[in-house]
Design a protein around this ligand. Structure first.
Ligand code: ADP
Length: 358
């Protein structure tokens, strides 16, 4: 039985009362719709003969358009061209866009059945897989770019040392320091990438339970204060603040946000960070406020993207991988919270995240 005969049987089964021998045909229609595959059949006069639910959705058509000329009702120029071409080549597979379904892309397979003089079209929504592919490609491009810079600095400085810079103690120290700084950057980058890929692969399991986060915050603050004694950190957190979280994930989120406050929150050699928490409905809202230059409004959301760094001199001079906030976003979402940032007044940034109280 050809695909078309099979489909026709299936369609006739809808007009008849429950013929048991057609249950597989019903299954086919159900399967096609449930996996979002569109099916269109066009007859020898170029009129629509059959449409399933998915294809109607994709093309913005209704059952009433059955019988109309395909060229008059289908708005996608790509699809119409494909329908015309397939009569000459019997089978065509193409990616098309510009349908009723906005900016979606479809993989369309068109077959011309010479015996019945009918065109059968199967269309699959490939928007999501295309997007994932482009995210993957961007990630690899960014990663190779980020790796190339420290590696080439290490290489150039080592070559200079070998070529004679070792003779001069001061120059040798300068080159060696640059090598060390860039090796540290590579280590940070690799560790962030590992963390992020574990998080995104879904392999990272969190142990979310009601936790007293006050000692965790105090601990993070005192560790970071030890490493940055000039930073004034004011913590306004109640004792025994209980929220639903994973201890390590909470610690990582706090560390990344406070470290950013330290890195980007300095103006005129002074840096005051405020760390606080307040209940908002069923959630606890944590805030880390700095008095730095702030983030341009158009880039507030973008800073959570992988590798995104605000292209300003002060930012680029700071060692960073552009991955810290992506890790924060992933962890907060895994703990059923939200995260964002807003402008502080008169200057600076407030990074906030929320977690469930119960
Ligand atoms: P990194 O700090 O390693 O560059 P992040 O993902 O932590 O990566 O941050 C991404 C970018 O967001 C930073 O490069 C910086 O441009 C911006 N950013 C983050 N935190 C702040 C802050 N507190 N104030 C101003 N800009 C910030």
């Amino acid at each position: 039985m050809s695909f078309l005969d099979f489909f026709k049987k299936k369609e006739s089964s809808f007009q008849q009362p429950e013929p048991t021998n057609n249950s597989s045909a019903r299954d086919l229609s159900g399967i096609l719709n449930s996996v979002g595959v569109g099916l269109i059949i066009i007859d020898e006069n170029d009129c629509l003969l059959e449409l399933n639910e998915s294809s109607m959705g994709y093309l913005g058509l209704s059952k009433n358009t059955i019988g109309s000329k395909a060229v008059e009702v289908i708005k996608s120029v790509d699809l119409i061209n494909l329908i015309k071409q397939v009569k000459e080549s019997t089978n065509q597979v193409e990616e098309i866009s510009g349908t009723h379904a906005g900016d979606k892309n479809f993989l369309v397979s068109a077959t011309y059945d010479e015996e019945n003089q009918e065109t059968q079209i199967v269309m699959m929504d490939t928007t999501r897989s295309n997007r994932l592919e482009s995210v993957r490609r961007d990630f690899i491009t960014n990663l190779s770019h980020e790796l190339r810079t420290p590696v080439s600095v290490i290489r150039a400085n080592s070559e200079s040392l070998i070529d004679g810079a070792l003779e001069d103690e001061e120059t040798a120290k300068k080159f060696s320091t640059a090598i060390l700084r860039n090796a540290e950057k590579l280590t940070r980058l690799l560790s962030d990438i590992l963390n992020l890929s574990t998080l995104e692969s879904g392999e990272y399991t969190l142990d979310i339970r009601s936790t007293n986060v006050t000692p965790i915050i105090n601990n993070v603050v005192s560790n970071l204060k030890e490493a940055n004694p000039s930073i004034d950190m004011q913590v306004t957190i109640n004792e025994d603040l209980m929220v639903m979280c994973d201890i390590q994930a909470f610690e990582q989120v706090m560390t990344n946000l406070i470290e950013n406050g330290i890195k980007y929150g300095t103006t005129d050699n002074s840096n005051t960070l405020s760390i606080g928490a307040k209940p908002v409905g069923q959630k606890m809202r944590f805030e880390i406020e700095d008095k730095g230059q702030g983030i341009p409004p158009g880039e507030r959301k973008r800073v959570f993207e992988r590798f995104y760094r605000v292209q300003e001199k002060e930012v680029l001079e700071n060692s960073g991988t552009g991955l810290g906030l992506s890790i924060v976003k992933n962890l907060v979402h895994l703990m059923d919270g939200s995260v964002g940032n807003e402008q502080a007044h008169p200057n600076g940034t407030i990074f906030w995240f929320t977690l469930n109280i119960e």
